[in-house]
Write a protein that binds this ligand. Structure first.
Ligand SMILES: *Cc1c(COP(=O)(O)O)cnc(C)c1O
Length: 382
């Protein structure tokens, strides 16, 4: 009865990761303090080269955040008022916020009930609706690689080619993931990722990157991230942003990139353990065929909201980190009501009541993962 309470299991454990990084991290930070080039220092160029070679992309341009990466990519295409940007309704707000900031209109698309990725039939229907209404020009498709898994890029690309749309991969949650043996980074015309601390490859602050096969686009991204500058610092060619990744964050990311492949393997191990220990109890994450997930998030589905909330309460009582991504679809959020045409997107609308994310960070021990499983089994009566 009086057993000492078990220690908490964090949803993310950056302290444990820092210990695992050891002196390599301090050496990287000390090097920056020594040379003092805090903006666009040598670590930024080194990181860009390493990230590009990591995912096989021709060009990498680091930026200040994943959100700014999306914005710079759309600014480079001059997307603005009157333009329709298709994107899934079940994603983080940044995906839809950026088109609106530029004056364009997000067109929300439903997602697949198994993989939670963009649904092709819904995408087709939404394109036809935009064409029939005749108010907006279809311009771009933002495909989101949700929770660490790739979207169906061959299908999205083929769709975009038929419709004449620019493709932007919102890879904020899935850098390091692969589809048909190819790492994400060149699945779309441009790929945006985030180094927010909780993403698979996270900095100690905000950061992001853009990848593209096009030298012209890469040059535009470099200009746009520094106030639209030209070949000299005080030549202003276009309206841009203060959108650079700082050197300290690049140094952190260089240290973390060395252990990143091993971290993805560890996340995969934990996912497989959860799969085998929970598949009879709830719906484990369906895999996108022929893919490798970066496992940003391991989300299970419960049969209904009552049982989801029961599982959630049990995890909370046992001091186990957990989260709900996302309680509400974007088109149901107050901020997006005015730009949505009122069409129902039933899958995106239903997931929020049944979904639950379990801890899957690389420092989660086997014993901790077993405790997560035991807590869920006890709570759900199995
Ligand atoms: C985190 C995230 C972003 C934004 O990245 P930041 O670096 O936080 O700006 C964009 N899209 C998705 C899907 C995300 O999960």
């Amino acid at each position: 009865m009086n057993a000492a309470p078990l220690p908490p299991i964090p949803f993310l454990d950056l302290k444990a990761q820092q210990a695992r990084l050891g002196p390599a991290l301090r050496a990287r930070l000390d090097a920056v303090l020594e040379h003092g080039h805090y903006i666009l220092g040598p670590e930024v160029a080194e990181l860009e080269a390493k990230l590009a070679s990591f995912c096989g992309a021709a060009h990498c341009v680091t930026v200040s955040s994943g959100t700014d990466a999306l914005q710079i990519a759309l600014m480079a295409e001059q997307i603005g008022p009157g333009d329709a940007v298709f994107l899934p309704a079940f994603t983080y707000t940044a995906t839809a916020e950026v088109p609106l900031l530029l004056g364009a209109t997000p067109v929300f698309v439903d997602v697949d009930p198994q993989t939670f990725q963009t649904d092709l039939a819904s995408l087709q229907a939404r394109l036809e609706a935009v064409k029939a209404a005749g108010r907006l020009r279809p311009r771009a498709l933002i495909g989101v690689d949700l929770f660490g898994q790739p979207a169906d890029w061959p299908a999205l690309r083929a769709f975009a080619a038929r419709a004449g749309l620019f493709t932007l991969d919102d890879c904020a949650q899935s850098f390091g993931a692969a589809l048909h043996g190819e790492k994400l980074g060149r699945a779309a015309d441009a790929t945006a990722t985030s180094f927010f601390p909780s993403k698979p490859l996270g900095a100690y602050g905000d950061g992001g990157a853009l990848f593209t096969e096009s030298a012209e686009r890469a040059a535009l991204y470099r200009s746009l991230r520094t106030h639209g500058e030209g070949t000299t610092r005080y030549e202003v060619l276009r309206i841009g942003m203060n959108g650079r990744l700082d050197t300290m964050q690049a140094a952190v990311l260089l240290a973390k990139l060395d252990i990143f492949p091993a971290e993805i393997e560890r996340r995969e191990e934990i996912a497989k353990f959860y799969d085998s220990a929970l598949a009879d109890l709830l719906t484990i994450p369906a895999r996108v065929p022929n893919s490798q997930s970066a496992w940003a998030i391991y989300s299970v589905l419960l049969p209904d909201t009552a049982r989801r909330d029961q599982a959630k309460a049990a995890l909370a009582a046992a001091n186990i980190g957990h989260a709900v991504y996302y309680p509400r679809a974007l088109h149901q959020q107050p901020a997006y009501a005015a730009c949505h045409d009122g069409v129902s997107l039933p899958v995106a609308e239903s997931l929020g009541g049944r979904i639950l994310a379990l801890p899957i960070h690389p420092d989660l021990t086997d014993a901790q993962a077993a405790r997560v499983v035991a807590t869920l089994r006890a709570a759900l009566g199995a």
